[in-house]
Design a protein around this ligand. Sequence first.
Ligand code: GDP
Ligand code: IMO
Ligand code: MG
Length: 422
Amino acid sequence: MAVDVLLGLQWGDEGKGKIVDVFTPKYDLIARFQGGPNAGHTLVFDGQKHVLHTIPSGIFNDGCLNLIGNGVVIDPVTLKKEIDQLIALNIPIKERLFVSKKAHIILPTHRLLDAASEKAKGKTKIGSTLKGIGPTYMDKTGRNGLRVGDLLLDDFEKHYNFLLKKHAEILRFYDFEYDLSEMESQFMEGVALIRKLNIVDSEYFINDAIKEGKKILAEGAQGTMLDIDFGSYPFVTSSNTICAGVCTGLGIAPQHIGEVFGIAKAYCTRVGNGPFPTELDDSNGEKLRKIGHEFGATTGRPRRCGWIDIPALKYSIMVNGVTQLILTKVDVLDEFEEIQACTHYKTDGIESDVFPFNIQKQEVIPIYEKIKGWHCSTQEHIPEALNDYIEYLEDKLDVPITYISVGPDRKQMICRENVGSA
Ligand code: GDP
Ligand code: IMO
Ligand code: MG
């Protein structure tokens, strides 16, 4: 059975958590393949809101297993908090959650290094979530990292102290004060909890599931514009958020990839620093933020808002091989009489829909087309003007838009046509 993939096409927060939750009943296994607690995936059902950071969004469904893959970085402190909250809701974690032996561990000093590095960058800081993501992936590629499997070794503390000493030396170069004691005791509590989880050789676990014909969905974190290779570098995260990351982050071969669901908001947001060509600094931007409740699920920071960016979406669809597009937060545009879509960028006087090397606002000027708003509720049916907008996007992007999301609740979803396996 193929592994379907669901990932973000913009700068994260496209509504991936909600859509995974809606799709979960159709799958046997949901697997996270990259990122870590920088992610904040929101699920809303039965009048309750749940935010997941490291745990896949299938965890609320009985009959569905969840895997944290080798490509994910795990902070034992955050993971323990998440698990404690789920246990309080009677979710049987031991039955539903599996963790890769090869996933890397975020140490308290990785978080300190993240903060120290951001502080030292001053105005040029990335706007990181300060969860220690960058330093942990640096230790992974630098071949210094600790993995979940290492937590099971008798001499784990020796390895931990060795890396801690290294980090303390680096921290000495920064003008940065810290107190590790409280952070370390929380870390050790988290480590003790992870040791009791189902720790698996995840590449065998998932390939066996494929052989057994299980239906698997890989859940992306962040978005394509934050990909370490193809995003708006250096204002990106430190992992491959794109479809290729599924192969390395789970240990599956490319021929096992099935449908690729690309998630995009009907407009665009970004949290953190870095270029954002269609950003609106006016009342429309404010209106999108207010109606869309655009505040980060992990950090609470206000999200920057702007119109949909078609050249960036075309690029994301290309690098991911998207087969179906899911448009979210469509209801947020209900109150607009007119909306806009960026169709091209103007660079040095030349208009193009190619996503350029540099998307700083002084380098690219977005060219917009005005689109008539539907200016009515989308809860009961798809208004004609919205259908026109969807068909306009399908025409520009050359991918079918199979679902639209019209509210945060799992029930607020409209299926346009039954395409593909979900
Ligand atoms: P993720 O990181 O991609 O899972 O997205 P987040 O959870 O960070 O941000 C999406 C936010 O929008 C959350 O607050 C969701 O509850 C909410 N949301 C998701 N889909 C919709 C939708 O269609 N309409 C509205 N109004 N809110 C939505
Ligand atoms: P989900 O999965 C939105 C952004 C940060 C910052 C940059 C680098 O909820 O869509 P990092 O902590 O990774 O070093 O931060 O990436 N960022 C996100 N923005 N949604 C996310 O995840 C994000 N994860 C990281 O704001 O600009
Ligand atoms: Mg989010």
